[in-house]
Design a protein around this ligand. Structure first.
Ligand SMILES: Cc1cc2nc3c(=O)[nH]c(=O)nc-3n(C[C@H](O)[C@H](O)[C@H](O)COP(=O)(O)OP(=O)(O)OC[C@H]3O[C@@H](n4cnc5c(N)ncnc54)[C@H](O)[C@@H]3O)c2cc1C
Ligand code: SF4
Ligand code: SF4
Ligand code: SF4
Length: 751
């Protein structure tokens, strides 16, 4: 996937810098000097440079002097010595200033001091240096960074450092965000504004001259500390484990029944690349505008961010791409297979799409006058407007798929199709609606909800008075909401189980409630009365019995009844499964037709094969059927989730809290006659910023700057760990915010 390399997105150029560059930070234990050096490293990685950073601690505890180092160069750095002649020196505690700290600096060195004293206090002392002074402690205290007793100034002082070097604040901000310190950036901004700078009296280029100040003791020349050569002691031999980079499965990807690469398309959006995001999504999802509206979004239910501050609005982002990306697909007809698809609902459309994308010749046979299945005949337009559906279907049609509408096929047709094609995929959805065996069920005013929904999509339907809807699935909710729009005075849903057992999408239940639909749980109509036209529903109380195979409590109808006056009843009790068009002698096994024990080149997909009952399942199943056709095998199982990244593997402390961007809602003041879309989706794709990119490297450089041995190098396509010097401490993997690397036993790693 196409992550942007920091050098491609550099906000500042490195041209003006004298490289290699060595920075030394002095502070006291607890002040954050080591993090300060890491932040400096992150700052330079934003400019596409190679860095190395590490701390130098004694055995003392909090308050004892600590040094930390950062090296910067245009090429990978091999010198892992401490820094003895810094080009930039940062002192976090003015009490430390003395010969020891100033050791090794020469004229022209950049010197940044944290002090409450102004520049005046240093007049005559550091005139050969480019001096910056800032009261980072006061700023950090004001901004509440650290505690009242221990103020942490590392993130603050770097604002002053950026100003001293003439770096734009935006580069600094990006570095803070990459290390999960975005919340400290305002303090850095203050320091940027408040630092006072004195230029050297005589501008002298940094040189290798030792500092006159402080009369440092000459450094023993046991090794050459400045030469970029690796130490001879290969410390890598000490380790028994080594960090390994590699993608792990994001839970959103694993949960999407369509098989979408969620983390891929969301991260591409995050990088501002809408076309790439669309290309990734369209690999598996032919109906992004549809699923971006009606999918129950199991991806969001599984999103790791829900354990932090709310799931990423993945469905909203999918819809945003579907509605906004302009992506025309290449039409090719260069592959060999002729495939017939029976049924043009989501499963059939998905199967046709996958085959046509690969250049095969595909014909869809659809019983109705137009493609779409339930999307066209069932789901109301206030949830799925026609233009959104047409947009997705037109994209599939543009691949050159042949379409034969008004073609309801039977068993004989299926046999013929099989003879005339290389393969057939049957995607005819569920069977007819389930009826209610109750006295008076044939009274006028009682009708199947599916018929009512189909009629309401084609013409103006009037349904005045009090309406009772029987059922608890999506059809029941859609019937209830549509009835309100067709003029019903009241709508009551009678459901035989409890609210939590309703199979309808939870958000749709809430929507219905908000619009004024009433619910009667544990009720089932056992009779209807009226003279020719229904006027009363007799509702029996239903008790929860022992759990059935699905774990839900079995409904037990009691003799206790009550009567409810009504003018119309809509039945939404589900649809029968079963394949009416299966020819005699054929059976279905593992999604494939068999005759006399022999597998036939006929596959089944969608609700007719699985009964899973969602659009996204149908899309995923249609794709798998197409792949099974291409490989001539049974339907593949869902992918295993062995490498799933759990919430506990995300370093939440790296990220700033940010509430989810919800979909915009249009709540009409009057529902009657109003079929306008209610959910207007996201205003922009900014929500993508919230994605952690679980298990997928974003090239944030956190591992690189966290390595205490400086043995991680950036490469063209990722990172490389220098195994000759990596001691296997695991800091990098522990610091990775998103579990995109792991420590492995050395003997397990293939060289
Ligand atoms: C009212 C309602 C609301 C729903 N809301 C949602 C929702 O919000 N979210 C969600 O994910 N799911 C929802 N669902 C479920 C979802 O729509 C289905 O699971 C999905 O459409 C199944 O797709 P499919 O392609 O298998 O079948 P279908 O969509 O049923 O398509 C089957 C197609 O095959 C055609 N066909 C049938 N027999 C033949 C034949 N003999 N010859 C030729 N063609 C034939 C049909 O005309 C139809 O076009 C809803 C379902 C209903 C009924
Ligand atoms: S199709 Fe549904 S589950 Fe898959 S990514 Fe889209 S919203 Fe999530
Ligand atoms: S945070 Fe992003 S990658 Fe992680 S589960 Fe959520 S959407 Fe997927
Ligand atoms: S820390 Fe950042 S750069 Fe390193 S593996 Fe993790 S995501 Fe990638």
């Amino acid at each position: 996937m196409g992550y942007r390399h920091p050098s491609e997105s550099s906000l500042a150029r490195s041209d003006g810098l004298v490289l290699p560059l060595e920075v030394r930070v002095h502070g006291r234990g607890g002040q954050g000097g080591v993090t300060c050096a890491k932040l400096i490293a992150a700052l330079y990685t934003q400019m596409g440079l190679h860095v190395q950073t590490f701390g130098d601690y004694g055995s003392e505890r909090s308050g004892a002097p600590v040094q930390a180092y950062t090296r910067v160069d245009r090429t990978p750095i091999r010198n892992r010595n401490k820094i003895y002649r810094p080009d930039h020196l940062i002192v976090l505690d003015e009490g430390l200033i003395g010969a020891q700290v100033l050791q090794g600096i020469g004229p022209g060195t950049v010197l940044l001091l944290n002090t409450h004293a102004g520049l005046e206090a240093y007049r005559g002392r550091f005139e050969q240096y480019r001096l910056g002074v800032v009261d980072a402690t006061a700023i950090a205290r004001e901004q509440g960074i650290g505690s009242s007793s221990v103020v942490i100034i590392n993130t603050t002082i770097l604002g002053a450092y950026a100003r001293l070097l003439g770096l734009p604040l935006a580069v600094l901000e990006q570095a803070y965000v990459s290390l999960g310190l975005g919340g400290d950036f305002p303090a850095a901004q203050h320091a940027y504004e408040q630092v006072r700078i004195a230029e050297p009296l005589q501008r002298i280029a940094p040189s290798a001259q030792p500092a006159a100040l402080g009369e440092p003791a000459p450094v023993a020349a046991l090794t050459d500390h400045d030469k970029d050569v690796p130490p001879t002691l290969k410390t890598g031999t000490w380790s028994n484990q080594i960090p390994v980079y590699g993608d792990h499965s994001a839970p959103c990807n694993l949960a999407c029944p369509a098989g979408n690469d969620v983390v891929g398309f969301v991260q591409a959006l995050r990088g501002g690349n809408v076309e790439e995001a669309a290309a990734i999504l369209l690999r598996t999802q032919p109906l992004p505008s549809v699923c971006g509206r009606v999918c129950p979004a199991p991806c969001m239910q599984n999103c790791n961010r829900s354990a932090f501050d709310g799931a990423v609005n993945i469905r909203g982002l999918e819809r945003w791409i579907g509605d906004h990306a302009e992506l025309s697909l290449p039409s090719r007809r260069d592959a060999a297979l002729h495939v017939a698809i029976v049924g043009g609902g989501p499963a059939g459309l998905s199967a046709a799409y996958q085959l046509a994308l690969r250049g095969h010749d595909v014909t869809i046979y659809e019983a109705g006058p137009a493609l779409g299945g339930v999307l066209r005949n069932g789901i109301p337009s206030f949830r799925l407007p026609q233009p959104a559906l047409e947009r997705d279907i037109d994209r599939i049609r543009s691949l050159g798929v042949h379409i034969r509408c008004n073609a309801r096929l039977g068993g004989d047709d299926l046999r013929n199709l099989r003879r005339g094609h290389d393969a057939v995929i049957v995607c005819v959805g569920f069977g007819p609606a389930v009826d209610l065996a109750a006295n008076g069920h044939d009274l006028t005013g009682i009708r199947q909800g599916l018929d009512f929904l189909a009629a309401a999509k084609q013409e103006r339907v009037a349904l005045p008075g009090d309406v009772v809807v029987v059922g608890g699935g999506n059809t029941a909710i859609d019937c209830a909401r549509t009835a309100l729009r067709c003029g019903a005075a009241t709508v009551t849903i009678a459901y035989r189980r409890a609210r939590q057992d309703m199979p309808a999408i939870a958000e749709e239940i809430e929507e219905a409630e908000r619009e004024g639909v009433r619910f009667l749980f544990h009720r089932l109509p056992v009779a209807f009365t009226g003279s020719a036209k229904v006027s009363t529903a007799v509702l029996a109380e239903v008790e929860a019995g022992s759990p059935d195979a699905s774990g839900r409590r079995r409904p037990v109808v009691t003799g206790r009844t009550s009567s409810m006056p009504c003018d119309a009843v809509l039945l939404a009790l589900g649809q029968k499964s079963g394949l009416d068009l299966l020819p005699d002698g054929w059976t279905m096994k593992d999604g494939r037709a068999h005759e006399g024990g022999q597998a036939l080149p006929v596959w089944f997909a969608g609700d007719c094969a699985t009964g899973e009952g969602t659009v996204t399942h149908a899309v995923g199943n249609g794709r798998l059927a197409a792949l099974a056709v291409l490989e001539g095998r049974a339907m593949a199982a869902a992918p295993a989730d062995g490498t799933r990244v759990a919430p506990g593997q995300i370093r939440f402390s790296h990220f700033d809290l940010a509430a989810p961007n919800g979909d915009r809602q249009h709540l009409p003041s009057r529902l009657a006659g109003n079929f306008d879309e209610v959910n207007l989706g996201l205003a922009d794709p900014g929500e993508a910023e919230r994605c952690f990119s679980c298990g997928h490297c974003t090239r944030c450089d956190t591992c690189l700057v966290s390595c205490p041995d400086g043995v991680i190098y950036r490469t063209e396509d990722g990172y490389r760990v220098d195994g000759e010097y990596c001691k296997g401490c695991g800091m990098c993997a522990a610091e990775c915010p998103r579990s995109a690397m792991e420590m492995q036993e050395k003997h397990e790693v293939t060289p």
